[in-house]
Structure formats: structure tokens, C-alpha cells
Write a new protein. Structure first.
Length: 583
DNA sequence: GCCGTTTTCGGCCCGACTGTTTTCAGTCG
């Protein structure tokens, strides 16, 4: 018999379970049940494999945070396309109430209050009620609470969502110039998802080491770009800037900076793990100190001291997502992760032959300045009209120029002639095989027709991977942060093809891409696919974006062994020659 | 609802800030 099967991505499942959690919270369900749904949702988002495949294998409960009850719900969704429990819940608690939870200072209790007392079921109705001053007379409410809710709704109208990592770093650096110079400030560090190098950042978290916090807090809340002070105190203040960014500043004395930085870096789930671990050592961990049961404190100046006190090695911030890092640290199986210094080649950049700003010689000198040993010039193929791609006839002239520049460089840098060849809408490549064959290295990339149906766009990528001359797939999904989704790819099929053909998948280091992302990178590496980290530089300063790619790789648990740009020359040339293409 | 170097039941992290309160609940990270 044939059984119908409905398709849900991990993110779609996660959204459903997040919604269930929030609706139950408004309903007043016990908190641990809610946390369990949230945990399962987060776990699905970062699992790396499609839950649907796991379901076909009958192993849903192997997904962390998924037990019997949630596995049954996932099964019902794949089997019937619906979830009765969810539908009944939505019938009971209006789903529009979830919008209310986006308003700062408005949580499930107040959402339930507004719904029960005033019949409010969505954000529009809440705004009307607030403007009509209907909220302030409710129990536990007052004029100030109502004004805060109005301000929170206005902030939602202003905000554009999460900030891309690159923009967050630039803004942090601007703030750091001012805050770092406040008298008495010993250290200033980014914290939160910024320090963990997530691809997008919600609020900007900043931590200062200072004995007296008054001056820096004053400087912070009176910054000229601040349009709203959300909260202010001695250890924590929070503001909104005119560019829609929200930031919080924590201040702690230098002798307690280690616990404070650990705390402010998060993630929340990682911190919960550490506190559980602390309790097993008879200690209570907070941002201030490790406290013994008799109340005495262990102060930590550095994060290393915190982790050491808990009996585990320091864990890099990028790892702190509760994806098994604490367990790995406990069992001494935390590997040494790739770092910026390991990277000795750039395999994806552009010159004035297409849309780059530097000549090949200038790009080479910029690469040498950054300590690189190998540089692949990979200008666009002609098909990408907007980028002024090379025609086939141009390639020989470009080769001559590369040879000339190579002669000038001598042994300081090895140049490769490559191409970022377009994967066309019909799945063919922009250059014929006999042209690709003459190149030292070939990157194939999708830039157009990203919205094709899943099956078609996946097949385009698989075709490219199976071409005997293709070495690397550039920015595989084509996503642009924060808002342009990548192509709807069957990543398991892409990974399988890449593994079979020993084709490398790129982590594009440009913070507008970070594609592959951390979760996919981890999965790809587990499948023995060689990963490369490239800046896709179009200018000299683009080469300095490399650290974003390296951090993404660390978030994906990648070691130098898994990252091609960190390989010794011989191992790299062996890989490049795996099909006998170049000298 | 999940989970197990205190295991199949009984736990499940910690504190700051705010507003409405006369001691605490709600929210947030």
C-alpha cells in the first residue's frame, strides 16, 4: 500500500513547536512543559539533517529534546499534514496573541490578562486599547506600564528584525571607541550572540570591566544616537538607537570579569548547562561569582578560571550553543578548532577582469600582506552579465597576465587561474568542459533563478558537482542576510553528491552570506566533504572579512583538518589533482 | 514534556530591573 506523506522542513516543525510553547504559556501551562517544546524546536533547527529522513528511519526520538510525545506529534504531521493538538490549542487560544509577545516588557501573563479582560487577540487591537487608555486600569497595570507598551509597539514598527553580523560588528566598534575611553574602564568586550558570532544578531551586548559603573552608564544612555532608554541600573542598562538597533551594557568589577563575561556571552542554554555542572561541584554560578554552599565566593578575573573551576577546558564562544559542547568538554573530546592563523590560501576572489576593484597584481600583494601562500583568481564567467564576466576568448589573455604577475612574485605567493563559473538556469555550466579543463581551479555558483522548485534547483547544483572539472561550490544556497532566503535545496542530496565527488563546499566569509551556515557546515564535515572558507573578495578590505568565515566554521565544529584552506600545499595539490586536471 | 555518573520519578539555573506594590510579580537575558 502507498502511504501519503506530507513535507515539513525542520524550520517549519520548529515554528509549530515554538508556537505551541507560547500558546501553552499564555494558557498558563507549567513552565517545564513549555521549555520542553522550545528545546525541541531549537534542536530541530540545528539538527543538520532533515527530520523527515530521520522519521522514515523511525528514529525521531534520537533527536535531542524529542521524546515520545513530541515524536508522535511529528509523526502525525508527516502522516496527515495536520496536528490535532495544535489545532485544538489554536481554537482555544487565539494565535494572534503571539504577536503581543514580540512587544518588549509584555510576556504571557500580560497577554493573557489583556485577552481575558479586554478580549484583545492581536497587536492591532492592543495598540487601539493602549491608545484609548484602557490598559492602565487593569490589575497590576498603571500609566507607566501602558506607556511602555505603546513605546514597545512603536519600536516594533521601527525595527527591521535581526541585524546581520557584519553590521553589528561595525556598530559595536563605533560604540567601543567611545565607551572604551571612559575613565576607569579596564576592559570592554562584545558579548551575547555578537561574541558567539551568530550570522545575525538581535540585541547588541557589551560588557565593561569597571569598578565604578556610573560614568560609563551615563555615557551609554546619553549617546547622541540613543532615542529611547529601555532600562537603566548600576550593572545593566539597555537602550534603543536611531538606527533601530537595541543594545545593552553590563558593567562589572575587573575581579569578577570572568564570570560576568561568561554570563553575558551565553547562550542561555549553554549557561544553564554550566550552572547544572556547577551544582554538581557544589557551586552556584552567577554573573558575579562561583558561590560555595557556605556562601563564600570564588572570584574569576577570566573566563578560563570559570571553566577550570568547573573541571572543563575553556570553550570558545562560537561553540556555546548547547549543541553538545559541554558534554564533549567533560569527556575531553573537544577538538582543536580551526582559527584565523591556520588559513593560508584564498581560493575565491575577483579582479578587474570582472567586477573586482583591484588588478591581479594588487590583489596578490594584498594577499601576501595577509600572510597567504596561495591565491586563486576566480573572476566571473560571461553568463553573469551584471558582473562583467569573462568571455572564453579573454581567458588566455588573463592567463598570460597571471603568468607575468607570478614571475614578479616569485615564491612569495602561488597564483592559480580559476573561474567562478555560473550554473545556468537549465543546469548547465557557463563554460564548456574543454575550457574548464584548462583552468587550475573551478568554482561553480548559483546567482540566478534561485526560486526554482526544490527538485529543479537541487538538480542544477548536483549537475555542477558531478561535472569532472568543478572543484568548489561557491556560497551553496545563495542566501543574502538578513532577509533573502537561499534556494530551496535538498541539502542531503547536495551533500551526498559532494561527498561522492570530493567536491568542496564553500563557507563564504562575507557577513552578508556566511553560506554554508554553521549547521550545514557541521553536517557536511561529518560527511567528509572538504570545506573551504573564502572571502569572495572584490577589494582589498574584503580580505579582512575572513574571520567571519572562520568563526562560522568554528560554530560548525570544524577542525583545521576539515578546512582545505588550512591544508599543507601537498595535500591541497593532491586534492586538486584528484581527477588529474592540472600539473 | 524530557531525561538519567543522585535513572524510570522527581527534578529541571540565576539575578537585575521595573512598576505596582507595601513584599512581590512579571519580564528579560
Amino acid at each position: 500500500m502507498t502511504q501519503a506523506e506530507y513535507h515539513f522542513t525542520n524550520n517549519q516543525l520548529a515554528d509549530i513547536f515554538d508556537n505551541i510553547g507560547s500558546l501553552l504559556e499564555i494558557k498558563g501551562e507549567v513552565i517545564y512543559k513549555i521549555l520542553a517544546y522550545r528545546k525541541a524546536a531549537e534542536s530541530l533547527r540545528t539538527f543538520g539533517r532533515e527530520a523527515q529522513d530521520v522519521w522514515r528511519e523511525g528514529k525521531l526520538m534520537g533527536i535531542p529534546g524529542v521524546g515520545k510525545a513530541i515524536a508522535e506529534k511529528i509523526d502525525e504531521l508527516f502522516t496527515t499534514g495536520k496536528l490535532e493538538f495544535y489545532e485544538k490549542l489554536v481554537h482555544e487560544v487565539p494565535i494572534g496573541l503571539l504577536e503581543l509577545l514580540q512587544v518588549s516588557d509584555l510576556g504571557p501573563k500580560k497577554a493573557a490578562l489583556f485577552w481575558n479582560q479586554l478580549g484583545i487577540t492581536n497587536l492591532v487591537e492592543l495598540e487601539q486599547a493602549a491608545n484609548a487608555k484602557k490598559l492602565q486600569s487593569l490589575p497590576g497595570m498603571g500609566e507607566k506600564s501602558e506607556a511602555k507598551i505603546i513605546a514597545g509597539i512603536q519600536a516594533i514598527h521601527r525595527r527591521s528584525g535581526r541585524i546581520p553580523l557584519g553590521k553589528a560588528w561595525l556598530f559595536y566598534n563605533e560604540l567601543a571607541k567611545i565607551l572604551g575611553n571612559v575613565p576607569g574602564v579596564v576592559r570592554l568586550e562584545p558579548a551575547g550572540s555578537l561574541r558567539r558570532m551568530r550570522s545575525t544578531v538581535g540585541d547588541l551586548d557589551i560588557l565593561a570591566a569597571v569598578s565604578d559603573s556610573e560614568a560609563i552608564m551615563e555615557e551609554f544612555i546619553h549617546h547622541p544616537q540613543v532615542i529611547r532608554v529601555i532600562g537603566q541600573g548600576q550593572t545593566k542598562s539597555s537602550v534603543e538607537f536611531d538606527n533601530g538597533v537595541r543594545a545593552q551594557l553590563w558593567a562589572h568589577p575587573p575581579e569578577r570579569f570572568g564570570t560576568a563575561l561568561q554570563y553575558a556571552t551565553g547562550s542561555k542554554d549553554h549557561n544553564v548547562r554550566l550552572r547544572e555542572l556547577a551544582l554538581k561541584h557544589g557551586l552556584s554560578l552567577s554573573e558575579h561569582a562561583l558561590a560555595r554552599t557556605d556562601g563564600s565566593e570564588i572570584l574569576c578575573k577570566t573566563e578560563e578560571e570559570v571553566y577550570t573551576a568547573l573541571g572543563i577546558p575553556w570553550i570558545p564562544p562560537e561553540l556555546r550553543e548547547d549543541r553538545g559542547e559541554v558534554q564533549a568538554a567533560l569527556s575531553s573530546s573537544l577538538p582543536t578548532f580551526v582559527k584565523l592563523d591556520d588559513i593560508c590560501m584564498e581560493l575565491h576572489c575577483h579582479s578587474t577582469w570582472s567586477d573586482g576593484r583591484l588588478t591581479i597584481y594588487e590583489m596578490a600583494e594584498a594577499a601576501i600582506k595577509r600572510g597567504l601562500k596561495i591565491l586563486a583568481i576566480t573572476d566571473h564567467s560571461g553568463g553573469l552579465g551584471v558582473a562583467g564576466g569573462l568571455k572564453i576568448d579573454d581567458l588566455q589573455a588573463q592567463r598570460t597576465e597571471i603568468d607575468n604577475v607570478q614571475a614578479q612574485l616569485g615564491s612569495r605567493l602561488k597564483l592559480l587561474q580559476g573561474s567562478e563559473v555560473e550554473i545556468l538556469a537549465d543546469g548547465s555550466l557557463d563554460f564548456p568542459d574543454e575550457v574548464l579543463q584548462k583552468l587550475d581551479i573551478v568554482i561553480a555558483s548559483l546567482h540566478s533563478s534561485l526560486r526554482q522548485p526544490r527538485e529543479k534547483v537541487t538538480q542544477r547544483l548536483v549537475n555542477a558537482i558531478q561535472n569532472p572539472h568543478v572543484d568548489i561550490i561557491g556560497h551553496p544556497t545563495g542566501r543574502i542576510l538578513p532577509d533573502r532566503e537561499g534556494a530551496d535545496l535538498d541539502m542531503d542530496a547536495v551533500f551526498q553528491a559532494a561527498a561522492n565527488n570530493s567536491v568542496s563546499l564553500e563557507i563564504n566569509a562575507n557577513p552578508a552570506r556566511l553560506d554554508l551556515d554553521d549547521v550545514y557546515a557541521r553536517r557536511a564535515a561529518e560527511m567528509q566533504i572538504p570545506i573551504c572558507i573564502n572571502t569572495d573578495a572584490h577589494s582589498e578590505s574584503d580580505l579582512d572579512l575572513l574571520h567571519f568565515g572562520v568563526s562560522t566554521a568554528r560554530r560548525g565544529w570544524l577542525t583545521p583538518d576539515m578546512v582545505m584552506n588550512a591544508w599543507a600545499g601537498e595535500r591541497f595539490s593532491n586534492w586538486l589533482n584528484r581527477k588529474g586536471i592540472i600539473e
